[in-house]
Design a protein around this ligand. Structure first.
Ligand SMILES: CCCCCCCC/C=C\CCCCCCCC(=O)SCCNC(=O)CCNC(=O)[C@H](O)C(C)(C)COP(=O)(O)OP(=O)(O)OC[C@H]1O[C@@H](n2cnc3c(N)ncnc32)[C@H](O)[C@@H]1OP(=O)(O)O
Length: 177
């Protein structure tokens, strides 16, 4: 279902359909939304966001990072930003890149350690990030200072770092949401 939605997002972004197709598509989507409505559940019971086996934990919003290596110190994976993530002129939207970093670095920060949330994410856009290219995603745990965890991430196209990031993740105190 989530894969199908991702495909739809990409096709819709890249489409210039005639008005009748726009109307038909909108009606079909409204029908689908209505069919799912009776199955609305509390957050803890929803599927999206809880499927750690799926890219982006099944969130269609998150760029689909496929994980290849994973431990408490590093993550290695790949991502292809579809047309859905286009900002302009073939480049991925500047807001989509931190989405990928936050998901991967946030998950690494939370692997084998108590829960932590992102306090900051500093992203450097070194080159344009091309839509439709398979890119390497790297993240590593740098250091820990009390409740503070500092992580680094990079997005690499061939041999070229197109973006890198530093993230601060802070261990939550009891009662913090
Ligand atoms: C999330 C848990 C999930 C767990 C799931 C586990 C399963 C794993 C599987 C899959 C997981 C995938 C997970 C993805 C996760 C994505 C993560 C997110 O995107 S989270 C959403 C965006 N982030 C927020 O909404 C935070 C909002 N902010 C806050 O809640 C607070 O500001 C918080 C908790 C971050 C810190 O607040 P304070 O009051 O507890 O702590 P103070 O005293 O302010 O800071 C502690 C230290 O950190 C520094 N600090 C805090 N913020 C800073 C900043 N922005 N810049 C520099 N330093 C900062 C402070 O200066 C202090 O440092 P000094 O101890 O004095 O050295």
């Amino acid at each position: 279902m989530i894969e199908a939605l991702r495909l739809l997002q990409a096709r819709m972004t890249g489409a210039g359909p005639p008005p009748e197709t726009v109307t038909e598509t909108a009606e079909t989507l409204e029908k689908l939304a209505a069919a799912l409505e009776p199955f609305t559940v509390p957050e803890a019971a929803q599927i999206v966001g809880h499927r750690t086996d799926l890219p982006g934990r099944g969130q269609a919003m998150a760029p689909p990072v496929h994980i290849e290596e994973w431990d408490e110190e590093h993550v290695l994976g790949h991502v292809t930003f579809s047309r859905f993530y286009l900002g302009g002129n073939g480049a991925v939207h500047g807001g989509a890149i931190p989405l990928a970093f936050d998901e991967v670095m946030g998950r690494l920060a939370n692997t084998g350690r108590p829960r932590a949330r992102t306090a900051y994410l500093h992203v450097n856009y070194r080159k344009i990030t091309p839509v439709g290219s398979r890119l390497r995603v790297e993240a590593r745990f740098e250091r820990e200072e009390g409740r503070k965890r500092i992580l680094a991430g990079a997005l690499v196209d061939g041999e070229t770092v197109v973006a890198d990031a530093e993230g601060l993740f802070v261990t939550l105190k009891p009662g913090q949401p």
